[in-house]
Design a protein. Structure first.
Length: 212
């Protein structure tokens, strides 16, 4: 079989090596190439292999198609990446605001429960409540928290409502069976890539407890 391939190649080379001969027409050249190709295919088939013959034009077209697909992928990525980044940053920013809100609610509930059991034990219930809120919300900035405390119908703002004794002033308003209300506000930041989508955003938490 190998000798047959060599002979076929020599046969084809006979026509190609002497292109000036009058009898070497295009038809005979194509016939010689066909004989060589058929012999090579049969030999490869007998050996369990395969031969793929592609013209130069086919290879160029395949390469161009692959290049076009890669270029298309790059363009699609360039178009989609900013949108994906915007969505991811929005989710991250919104998640921080939700976490702050949940922590603020928890901290205010802690402060309200402390206030409800502080009757007769403090002369500054507002300061004690604010300190409890600060301790329960360590990731919140204390300076950004604002408080409004209502004791027996009397409203106090800020973090201090000092009294001279436990029975006068704000401390005296901690009467058993009355309602003590604590409200706290905290600013939220919904800025994504330099754009603030909620400039007036404020988180608010409120709790009412019966004074013990």
């Amino acid at each position: 079989m190998l000798m047959l391939i060599v002979n076929a190649v020599n046969f084809g080379g006979f026509f190609y090596a002497a292109p000036g001969r009058k009898n070497a027409t295009r038809g005979t050249k194509r016939m010689a190439a066909g004989v060589i190709l058929n012999v090579m295919k049969r030999t490869a088939a007998s050996l369990g292999a395969s031969i793929e013959i592609r013209s130069l034009g086919e290879r160029v077209r395949a390469h161009l198609r692959a290049s076009n697909e890669r270029g298309q992928s790059v363009v699609e990525l360039a178009l989609c990446l900013p949108i994906l980044l915007l969505i991811m940053m929005g989710i991250f920013t919104f998640g921080i605001a939700i976490n702050n809100y949940m922590m603020l609610n928890y901290a205010v509930s802690v402060g309200g429960r402390l206030l409800a059991v502080s009757r007769g034990q403090t002369t500054n219930p507002c300061a004690d409540t604010a300190a409890a809120v600060y301790g329960a919300a360590p990731i919140l900035v204390p300076a950004n928290l604002s408080f409004t405390i209502v004791l027996n119908g009397n409203t106090y703002t800020g973090t201090s409502c000092s009294s001279g004794s436990t029975t006068t002033g704000a401390a005296g308003n901690l009467a058993m069976g009355t309602t003590a209300q604590v409200t706290a506000t905290y600013p939220c930041n919904l800025t994504v890539l330099g754009v603030n989508y909620a400039p007036g955003c404020t988180l608010t938490a409120r709790i009412s407890e019966m004074v013990q």
